[in-house]
Design a protein around this ligand. Structure first.
Ligand code: 76R
Length: 249
């Protein structure tokens, strides 16, 4: 039996994708639409206060293509809070127009593959804590996709020795570093929570960098031999101030 890897787990994460019921929205009265927007704005302002107090984070993106219209990425210290946020949204007036398109539940994850330095548990370091409880960068573009590690014949991630997995992930991280400042990644673990093993959330200023990093990583052994990928949501940032224009009909 090979040794598992210890994970460091941070904030719980919900990717909540919605399709807007534009037909109902257009049929609603001007007053109803205004009231829905005002209340929605209030909810977002409340979430901003939580983020400013570093008790969670959130971001709202517009999905390109027909998979959804909006993608909320929500992070909180407990899973219960995520349910509360989802329910609050559903009960709000705007909720009447936000049809579920997809969702993904996970938790921010870092793996302890690297040997401990000077006997210091990396989880106690402030930089680790900041990565486990990330304030989302709100860069222009966000891509979300789930993935698995393969277990097929000779390509079985889960029968590899821990040191070998660590080496492959180290090589992978070297590819990642080339994109410093261009792509920010948040890896969330979803084993036991959702249908795939990890969620990958990438942020970029230039959307093409998202294609470039994912393509380049396909050639890293950890992806070429052991990576299995789900579906992709590609989206661009929706600022709170932009909401009246976005919802204007
Ligand atoms: O501890 C660390 O975070 C640094 C080393 C590192 C690990 C352990 C690292 C660095 N990653 C790690 C783990 Mn990653 N990552 C992905 C994807 O599309 C694809 O091919 C893969 C999707 C991207 C784009 C990406 C980016 N990484 C993981 C894991 C968990 C593995 C496990 O336990 O089996 C997954 C699923 C995963 C996937 N990774 C980096 C990046 C980038 C940009 C870095 C460099 C970060 C930096 O050092 O600044």
């Amino acid at each position: 039996m090979v040794e598992a890897v210890e994970t460091m787990d941070g904030w719980y994460t919900l990717h909540d994708m919605r399709t807007i019921d534009w037909t109902s929205w257009k049929l609603a009265s001007h007053q109803e639409r205004e009231a829905a927007l005002t209340e929605f704005n209030k909810i977002l302002t409340k979430w901003e206060a939580v983020e400013n107090a570093q008790q969670g984070s959130h971001a709202l993106y517009k999905v390109v293509g027909q998979k959804a219209d909006l993608m909320f990425m929500l992070l909180r210290p407990t899973m219960e809070e995520l349910t509360e946020m989802e329910t609050e949204l559903n009960k709000s007036k705007m909720g009447d127009f936000l049809m579920p398109a997809h969702s993904y539940v996970s938790v921010v994850e870092l793996a302890k593959y690297r040997p401990q330095k000077d006997g210091v548990d990396p989880e106690t370091l402030p930089e680790t804590q900041a990565r486990l409880k990330p304030i989302l960068p709100k860069w222009e573009y966000m891509s979300f996709y789930p993935m698995n590690r393969r277990r097929e014949g000779n390509d079985n991630w889960y029968t590899l020795e821990k040191a070998d997995r660590g080496k492959l992930l180290y090589e992978h991280s070297m590819t990642g570093r080339k994109y410093a400042g261009k792509v920010k990644q948040i890896i969330t673990g979803s084993i036991g929570f959702d249908d795939w093993e990890w969620g990958v959330t990438l942020f970029a200023h230039d959307v093409l960098e998202l294609k470039k990093i994912v393509y380049e990583m396909r050639f890293d052994e950890v992806s070429s031999r052991y990576g299995e990928f789900g579906y992709f949501f590609i989206s661009h940032y929706l600022d709170k101030e932009e909401l009246p224009r976005y919802f204007h009909v």
